[in-house]
Design a binder for this molecule. Structure first.
Ligand SMILES: O=C(O)CCC(=O)C(=O)O
Length: 510
């Protein structure tokens, strides 16, 4: 098996799965025994490259520089967690998504600051031509439970991956995956061998500890644990009970956040709200932008090195973000749109207190959020876009976390579409890398070409749509190529109310 490329490693970390094509020919796949599939050397090599390796043990006691004391390493090794089996259920997630399963086989970004630990992997071998429905980035989901596969597809949270017989889809064990109808899949689940050492296909056997039998049932339950998934009172625990208290669990008010929306936001790092602006409101903003006042206040955005980089003439730069060939046509903006006098600013000031947007900002940031900025982009045909930026690899900035059962971020960008955006007609505009608000690896291509990675999504939509995303979701702008209409997009931003206190006037000393 060839070495995984940087792009494949990045994609696996971002989306929690990878397709390993043609590991076997179709006839060999159809006749392979389950054991042969589980032990296929190319599959094991891929697992080792994506999740294996050596963990340095950075304990002072193990390595304090004393002569003769060597740094100790732990070699990560995966073994079959259970017997391989044929996936017979179609149209449903394959994952047993109890919290217990997540802890045991999950994707762990918090144990170590220096790396991610993958505790479990799921290989789906196509023994005949198949299709797997995947929910990218669900290996990092913080919100339980996920919608059914059909609903997740409706929400646009899934991808369909076509497999030819002999291909193998390798996923983090907690990435949501499932067979589409007509698929023929053999499943092998692998587990990190040291996390749950136990007998073959059985873990945590405690009945060898006979001293436990001497304890009262109450003490025994506290030492050995109640049967998996049950509380100490013997009642089954729900997923929510096994998680930190969540805003979704306790909040039964009529304006409580919508569970699916919070799930989608946490998973994909954006939310699309169609129909926020009606025709009259759109007309008001567009008329303001047609006015001589707007014409006089449009300012081109200079070619900063962040756009042009080492390519002042866009040589080597992807056409996805370059200006029209032979031109240096740039984006234009009406800055600080809210601060301009009425009536120009009237339609834009309505964006400050829109109830649909603000209801979301309450749970995306916190109920004390503030609006921090507003600018309007009015780019002509041929205008350059912006390379991908945003995300914690690219400078200290707004972050994304999930704390106390709810999402938190320091900046939400709110994009207001003042006209339709369609890739087919040459429109450019906002692009996002879904799931990148939690990415742990930097983009695998230079900034002038990373916009062409297949994981980048062009955000199309009809006029009146609002697109919300944390500033830390990696984003950029496709160049605008439409002679019939210019780009009209308002960008407002909100964040927590972090204010520097006024400096106290120097007090004369008594
Ligand atoms: O113009 C856009 O759609 C995105 C603007 C942007 O990149 C930003 O606000 O950081």
């Amino acid at each position: 098996m060839a070495l995984m490329t940087e792009e494949q490693m990045w994609a696996f970390e971002l989306d929690g799965y990878i397709l390993l094509p043609s590991l076997l020919g179709a006839p060999a796949a159809a006749h392979a025994t389950p054991a042969a599939l589980a032990e296929h050397p190319d599959l094991l090599a891929a697992i080792d490259q994506l999740a294996g390796g050596e963990l340095p043990l950075w304990h002072r006691a193990a390595y304090d520089g004393t002569e003769g004391k060597a740094q100790e390493f732990h070699t990560i090794k995966f073994e079959l967690d259970r017997p391989p089996r044929r996936r017979t259920k179609e149209g449903q997630w394959a994952n047993d998504l109890t919290v217990d399963e997540q802890r045991r086989l999950g994707y762990d970004t918090t144990s170590r600051p220096d790396r991610v630990c993958v505790w479990g992997l799921r290989a789906l071998w196509a023994v005949g031509d198949s299709c797997v429905v995947v929910c990218p980035a669900s290996h990092k989901a913080n919100v339980q439970p996920p919608p059914s596969m059909a609903r997740a597809e409706e929400l646009g949270a899934t991808e369909r991956v076509q497999l030819r017989a002999g291909d193998c889809l390798l996923a983090v064990a907690t990435t949501l995956v499932g067979a589409a109808p007509g698929s023929s899949l053999q499943e092998c689940i692998f587990c990190d061998d040291t996390r749950y050492p136990g007998g073959p296909f059985g873990h945590g056997a405690t009945d060898v500890d006979s001293w436990l039998d001497e304890l009262t049932p109450a003490r025994r339950a506290l030492v050995a644990g109640p049967p998996r998934g049950l509380g100490h009172d013997g009642r089954p625990l729900s997923n929510e009970q096994q998680l930190a208290p969540s805003l979704l669990d306790v909040n039964t008010r009529p304006d409580a956040p919508n569970h699916e929306e919070v799930w989608f936001w946490d998973l994909r790092g954006y939310l699309v709200l169609p129909g926020v602006m009606d025709r009259e409101w759109l007309a008001q903003c567009n008329a303001a932008l047609d006015s001589p006042f707007a014409e006089a206040n449009r300012r081109p955005v200079g070619f900063s090195s962040s756009v042009v980089g080492e390519y002042p003439d866009y040589e080597g730069c992807s056409q996805t973000i370059a200006p029209a060939p032979g031109t240096r046509c740039t984006e234009e903006r009406v800055s600080q749109t809210w601060t301009h006098p009425p009536p120009f600013s009237d339609g834009f000031r309505r964006m400050i207190d829109n109830p649909l947007v603000n209801a979301r900002l309450k749970w995306m940031i916190d109920p004390g959020f503030v609006m921090t900025t507003c600018y309007t982009i009015v780019s002509r045909d041929g205008a350059a876009g912006q390379p991908l930026h945003g995300g914690w690899f690219y400078g200290a900035g707004p972050n994304y976390q999930f704390r106390d059962g709810q999402p938190r971020t320091e900046q939400v960008n709110i994009g207001w579409l003042l006209q339709d955006v369609e890739t087919a007609t040459g429109d450019g505009g906002l692009m996002l890398v879904p799931g990148s608000h939690k990415a742990r690896l930097p983009l695998p291509r230079p900034k002038q070409t990373s916009c062409d990675l297949p994981q980048v999504k062009h955000m199309q939509g009809v006029a009146g749509t609002v697109i919300m995303y944390p500033g830390t979701t990696t984003h950029g702008v496709r160049s605008w190529r439409n002679p019939n209409r210019e780009r009209r997009f308002v960008n407002t931003k909100a964040g927590p109310n972090i204010r520097r206190p006024e400096r106290e006037a120097a007090q004369p000393s008594p």
